[in-house]
Design a protein around this ligand. Sequence first.
Ligand SMILES: NC(=O)c1ccc[n+]([C@@H]2O[C@H](COP(=O)([O-])OP(=O)(O)OC[C@H]3O[C@@H](n4cnc5c(N)ncnc54)[C@H](OP(=O)(O)O)[C@@H]3O)[C@@H](O)[C@H]2O)c1
Length: 265
Amino acid sequence: MGRTIVITGGTRGIGRALARHCANLGDQVVAVGSSEEGGGRLREEVPEARFVRADLSSLRQTRDLVERLSAEYPAIDALVLSAFRFNPARVVTEEGFEHTFALYVINRWLMAHGLRGPLENAPTPVIINLCGAGQSGRIRWDDLQLKDRYRALAATVQGARASELLGTAYASERTKYVLYNPVFVATGLHEPFKQPLRGLVRVASALFAQPVAKAVPPIAALIDRPPTEPLTIWKKGKPIDLAVDPDEARRFEETVRTLVRSVLV
Ligand SMILES: NC(=O)c1ccc[n+]([C@@H]2O[C@H](COP(=O)([O-])OP(=O)(O)OC[C@H]3O[C@@H](n4cnc5c(N)ncnc54)[C@H](OP(=O)(O)O)[C@@H]3O)[C@@H](O)[C@H]2O)c1
């Protein structure tokens, strides 16, 4: 039997293209998304993949998903973290978190830690965190939920920096952690914007973005042959050096753990 690959955000864009690639190789693919519409598209395009619906901006739904996947899949070869939503205006989840922080930061931490057991049962397990690593993002330590002057870009680059810190804190000899920045891939990036920005992003995407099909092979190669180091950082198929302060990483992880405990008692 093929490998088991779990892809959050596996119903669109890079995640769905990767789902198709892996399913074609005979892997058992589990693709998670929040909408039935996305699930329907996945069923049409990658009928071999299994769709699981969950709103991953919800800590409770993420916890339930992790429990379900752990019970159903004793070994998971790869966990691909690709669920993301660009929020032009500030959105607050039912559990009281700024949406980008809930989905891009807390969910990724919960998935990686919650599935540690099944990952460690696989022969060469890997976590691929698709994010904006290496873009000089920063954490707003004084306002993590961006209550004061929300800006979508600030939320996005904070999430990217959070991935760098949480990847550093994860550091496991057994399950390799890969931070992968695909840089600029044509996945419908214009959709969240209003005109005239929508038109501009659409044109920029048509001119400069990489087609999804081209973005997938280097990511798939990291699943086939995970790096030997516990943490590696990649930009568009090339490894990059990035200094991350381990103390800041520990401090940030502890902060996320505390936020999680405030909901999941
Ligand atoms: N595309 C780029 O140029 C680029 C550049 C740098 C980094 N990245 C990173 O690469 C990853 C994939 O990007 P992409 O452009 O391929 O994304 P995308 O096409 O926008 O797809 C996002 C996926 O996330 C799912 N999703 C969104 N909100 C969710 C929620 N609350 N719960 C569960 N699933 C949810 C969506 O499905 P539903 O809508 O059905 O929920 C969809 O499957 C992201 O992490 C992004 O940060 C992309």
